[in-house]
Each structure stands twice: as structure tokens, then as C-alpha cells.
Design a protein around this ligand. Structure first.
Ligand code: GLV
Length: 310
């Protein structure tokens, strides 16, 4: 569907389909185009980029850019842009929604009511949850979303905060949040809730595996709204089955939309969502708008608002 921006020399061709293209099809489809606005499901790997050195801009409608081979884009002189900031608070909200959903077992409670299993109020119901207030939250990654989750945890829920990240927070923010920077091992052994907010890189792939789950408290909850491949999903399923951790809430998976069958099979204290961290109408509209504007900026020789640092 070719279209042109008003007053602009940029022509647009829209692919209206949900299924992502395979590498070969994507490489062919991009031939002759100077820019692409893409989604996190579009894998712009080395083969696709090497076949399309005419590209000037890749504008990702996401904050994460692990679907793009950045070193190759850099080598070919292709500008990469993303959509940070606009989705920060929305994703932090979902992180808390998931944390509460698993801690208070909301999907199970909903099933319980709908299935007619609720016959009497009990002091000690089968769906006993755990408190978040007063507990220790461990954040792996302290970028924009990590900080937005931290604010909610500390100021909204009275949680204590530990974090593990490449760089420390400014001292003033650490003080305001009462946050303590620790290494991942210390974080895992002390946190009641571990929430992941790091980018997926070769260094962070499977940063949580069998050894890390064994180090966590048996009462701990894992929340992942970052990228599925930060977690070894077989090891997580094992840890849940063996009671090494109490529960998990996951919005992201290593091989989306496929979910590890052993995670699908665990129904108690596990909450699963289909990668909807930023999925509110306002935020998704803004993300699409920002991505389109940045692609257009580069193609018109202007600086984009959100270049991914080379
Ligand atoms: C969503 O996962 C994003 O990276 O924006």
C-alpha cells in the first residue's frame, strides 16, 4: 500500500500482516527501500542487512533492539532508532500488575470463582497469597523501566530495594529510593521478588539458570517483563516444579509466541502474558508515531529523536 507523507518526498509501503517474514523473504522484501519501520518480531540479522546495504534507517517500534544486528548496521552506516521513554511507565505498570497477580494468585482466584469452586469464606483458603509490602525487591537492570518499577515499589508499596546493574544510580536517587547496589548473587539470595529489566545481549542471555534459581529463596517470585531469553526456561520450569522458588510471572518468552510446554503446564502461582508490557492504546499509538517520525527524519536528512547509540 504505497503512500506519501504530506509535504514530504518519502513514500511508504505498508505490509499489513501479523506473521513476521523469514530472513530470506524479509531480505527480498526490503530490496530497493531506504528505510524500514519494523517490530521486535522482525529479525534484521546479518544476512538481511548485508543483502540491503541501501538501507539508511531501521526504526524499531520497541525499546529493545535485540532483533537487529547492531554491529552490522553500524558497519553498513545504517541508523537504528527505537522508542524509549514513552513506554517506561506503561511497562512498569504491567510489571506491578504481574507481581500482584502472582503474589495474590489472581488468575487462579478468577478460575476458582467462575468454576463454582467457591463454596464458603475460609480463614485459610487454598489460594493463600503472599504480601508485597514490606518485602525486598531485587531489580536486575536499572535503566528507565527499572527505575520506574523501583519508584512504585518503594513509594507505593513500601518495599526495600536491591539492584544489580552495570552502573550505579546517582547517589541522590539511591538515597531517595533507599536502594542498595549489590552483585547478582547477593540480590538473588536476599530478594523476595526478583524482577528483570535488562536488555538482552550476549552477556545477559540466560543470566538466570539452574544455579541462580537454586540460590533464590524458596519463597521468591520471579517477574520478567524484559526479554524471555534472559531466563533459561527449562531451568525455571524445573525450579518451579521442585519448589526452589514460589512463583513466576512472565510477559516475555525465549521463542515467542511459543511458550515452553513445562511452563504452560504449571498452573499454580505462575502467571503468563503475551508480551503486552507496552500494550495500552495510548502508548502503542505513541510508539508507532515516534518510529514513523524518526524514519522520516533520517530519510529527509534530519537527526532522529531516538537514535540507538552506535
Ligand atoms: C517491548 O518489548 C519493547 O522492547 O518495546
Amino acid at each position: 500500500m504505497p503512500a506519501a507523507f504530506a509535504g514530504s518526498s518519502v513514500e511508504v509501503d505498508v505490509r499489513n500482516a501479523d506473521e513476521p517474514l523469514g530472513a530470506g523473504e524479509l531480505a527480498t522484501r526490503l530490496a530497493g527501500y531506504q528505510g524500514v519501520v519494523c517490530q521486535l518480531t522482525d529479525r534484521l540479522d546479518e544476512s538481511v542487512l548485508d543483502a540491503n546495504p541501501q538501507l539508511e534507517v531501521i526504526s524499531n517500534v520497541a525499546v529493545g533492539v535485540d532483533n537487529i544486528d547492531l554491529p552490522v548496521a553500524r558497519r553498513l552506516g545504517i541508523t537504528v532508532t527505537n522508542t524509549p521513554d514513552v513506554l517506561t511507565e506503561t511497562t512498569a505498570d504491567l510489571t506491578f500488575a504481574l507481581m500482584l497477580a502472582v503474589a495474590r494468585r489472581l488468575p487462579e482466584a478468577d478460575d476458582f470463582v467462575r468454576s463454582g469452586s467457591w463454596t464458603a469464606w475460609k480463614l485459610s483458603p487454598s489460594l493463600m497469597g503472599v504480601d508485597l509490602h514490606g518485602k525486598t525487591l531485587g531489580l536486575f537492570g536499572m535503566g528507565r523501566i527499572g527505575r520506574a518499577v523501583a519508584r512504585r515499589a518503594v513509594h507505593g508499596f513500601g518495599m526495600r530495594l536491591l539492584y544489580a546493574s552495570r552502573s550505579p544510580l546517582p547517589a541522590e536517587q539511591e538515597r531517595d529510593l533507599g536502594a542498595t547496589r549489590v552483585d547478582l548473587d547477593q540480590l538473588l539470595s536476599a530478594a523476595d521478588v526478583v524482577s528483570l529489566h535488562a536488555a538482552l545481549t550476549p552477556e545477559t542471555r540466560h543470566v538466570l539458570g539452574a544455579a541462580q534459581f537454586a540460590a533464590m529463596k524458596p519463597s521468591a517470585i520471579l517477574v520478567n517483563t524484559a526479554r524471555g531469553a534472559l531466563v533459561d526456561e527449562s531451568a525455571l520450569a524445573e525450579a518451579l516444579d521442585d519448589g526452589q522458588i514460589w512463583g513466576a510471572a512472565l510477559d516475555v518468552f525465549e521463542h515467542e509466541p511459543d511458550v515452553h510446554p513445562r511452563l504452560l503446564a504449571v498452573r499454580e502461582r505462575v502467571v503468563l502474558a503475551p508480551h503486552v508490557g507496552s500494550a495500552t492504546l495510548d502508548t502503542r499509538r505513541r510508539m508507532a508515531d515516534i518510529a514513523a517520525r524518526d524514519a522520516r527524519a533520517v530519510l529527509e536528512g534530519r537527526a532522529p529523536a531516538h537514535p540507538v547509540p552506535a
